[in-house]
Design a protein around this ligand. Sequence first.
Ligand SMILES: N[C@@H](CCC(=O)N[C@@H](CS)C(=O)NCC(=O)O)C(=O)O
Length: 223
Amino acid sequence: MAAPVLHIGNKNYSSWSMRPWLALRWGGIPFQEHVIPLGGEGYGRSEIKEVRAVSPSGRVPALHVGDAVIHESIAICEWAAEQTPSLWPADPIARAQARAAAAEMHAGFTAIRRDMGCNVRRRLDREPDWPEDTRKDLARLFELWGGLRARFGNAGGFLFGQRTVADAMFAPVCTRLRTYAVTAPETAQAYCATIFADPVFKEWEQAAEAEPWTVEQTESLYR
Ligand SMILES: N[C@@H](CCC(=O)N[C@@H](CS)C(=O)NCC(=O)O)C(=O)O
């Protein structure tokens, strides 16, 4: 069977695309990638024509495996972990906690997602004044990361020691903290430094920096 094809958005802007891309790469799973530049007609309404052609939800990422389409970043990460089980921690309790962290990211942190649009290559000089719900999301994020690092820190620099799907889910958040100059506790800074030093993450970051497209809807956040 031909290699699966991962359809993704622009690497600079599409945080949901980064997640399964990292999981597939970390899992050593061969795949082809197909980048669809987001923005323009239909964007924000799940109506971009090129996206609809590959993803029935009108959103990327979408993984094509044979004649099947798997949409939703978390489901693609789960599929990756079925090929490469070490993408979840081996211990059943740690594995459940990693799934909880990944699920919390997938379903939550809505104020962070609203106020800190993903823009891998962008850096603000000064942290904006966040509304209360965003500050609450940040506090919860740091609490979650801090607790996991305290419990699993001896095993390595990632949330559960070694790279797991939970890290794939949170890697784009590290870039957001960097973009928006967010004041973060030392444990969070150290965790983000681990993500930024990861060679696979760096590959994504370099590609994001080199992309020719800009998405006006996201860039206008800075004016
Ligand atoms: N819940 C979805 C979210 C996917 C998503 O929102 N993708 C954005 C790009 S990061 C998208 O395709 N947007 C197209 C649009 O807004 O029209 C997942 O986890 O995969």
